[in-house]
Design a protein around this ligand. Sequence first.
Ligand code: GLN
Length: 254
Amino acid sequence: MMRLRLVHLYPDLMNLYGDRGNIITLERRCAWRGIELAIQELTLGGRLDPSQADLIFFGGGQDSEQAAVSRDLAHGVGEEIEAAVEDGAALLSVCGGYQLLGQCFRTRDGEEIPGLGVFDAYTVAGPKRMVGDVIVESPICGEPLRLVGFENHSGQTFLGPGAQPLGRVLVGNGNNGADGTEGIRYRNAVGTYLHGPLLPKNPGLADWLIAAALRRKTGAATTLQPLDDRLEQQANSAVATRIGKTGTRRSSIH
Ligand code: GLN
């Protein structure tokens, strides 16, 4: 039986808005295809073997938790995460986790929380919280993929000139509420502000992560066995329809 390992970073500290649902989705979508997903929870003081981490998940947290996690990342584990990403591990990071994988996060109090610099991006706490539903169009799977989710952040993230966003915001704020970008993609690593959890109603992104993890583990391109995603797609459409009626559409795009 194929076995993949997922490392869940700081589940006790970085776990806002049902982010754990992302892990359950990955586990189920693997199991439905006969793939076992072993989950390692890593918290303060823990270490990670980059060669064994096929998938990594890093959820959202509050500023105080992010500061504690940032200090821990400086003790070797940060370099291990970076090595895994450079080697092609699949990674999903949401909100606070996304910010910590960028270069740094400056809080409202002016504190600079260092990030790992895996992503060419930096974050500065802005004057208003960006809260609400989001629709994003992402080119990550080749065909345009509609992602739906919920954002709640004061940090405004700005990408470096060569960085590739996860997608473009159709409704909501995304990275910073100004440039129409949402999230980031570097190698097989994704950063995003979409909570919710994200993956149950965005199965295309879940499968992109699983396929990347399998590719890295086996060294060969893999076509995932298709699943019956009618319920997941209905959830995506229902949310998109509701958000489309009530959300703030970005005028620069439409
Ligand atoms: N503290 C960060 C911000 O507000 C992240 C919050 C979160 O993970 N939801 O920007």
